[in-house]
Write a protein that binds this ligand. Sequence first.
Ligand SMILES: [Zn+2]
Length: 266
Amino acid sequence: MLLPDFNSEREKEKYFRSLNDEQKIDALNEMISDTEHIAFLGGAGVSTESGIPDFRSKDGLYHRKDKKFGRYKPEYLLSYDCLDNRPSVFFDYFRNNLDCRKIKPNDAHKKLAEMEKAGKLDGVITQNIDGLHQKAGSRKVWEIHGSALRSYCVSCHTEYGEDFIFENKEDVPHCPACGKMVRPDVTLYGEFLPQRAYEEAVALIRYSDLLIIGGTSLEVGSAAQLAHMYHGKYMVIINKGKTKMEGKADLVFHDSIGKVMNMIEI
Ligand SMILES: [Zn+2]
């Protein structure tokens, strides 16, 4: 199948809406060979297939009843307010729920790394903090919510590796260099996104002519904002559930991200 030239948005929409599942995969592959600058924007759903719980889904962290932390809202436990006022509670929760050091990348991560290597992907923008894209081999990754595998001292800004917080025996880990607190390099509720990563993500989105969005419902926050900034040639959404911007997308797959990505041929 070769994608036709479309005379209008309406014609383009009609064409893509008429495709069956198999034709949609062919169309996705056509888009990939037809475009020069491809970006991937991913949310929690990319990691759930590696076994990392989503924050808001039914079985996600947000709904998990935990005796020890039951009196706090999960949003509070991952907030700057908690880190600042109840640091021992914050680190206890963080160590118990966000240790992703042993988690392995899945087919979606692997395919994206393969695409980058083949020169078919300009970069991955992710809301996930698990470092799985890098583990799969991706180099061009913009982590707009930071990474749980990095930490830094709040005072002297010395950076520490992925084991520092998780292996540290203190309730609140302290910097060996200056004695102040070492915190994870993740964006907490109540904090601004890392400005440089976000600005570079915006540039990547604006430069792309194919944007593949995966594993996010695009309901809130930064992923939705970024998706709205995209004005390139094709947009593809892969998500198990419904998403907000399906009207703007050319192709929508309500399916496992790993399964769909696996059918990409490069
Ligand atoms: Zn320090």
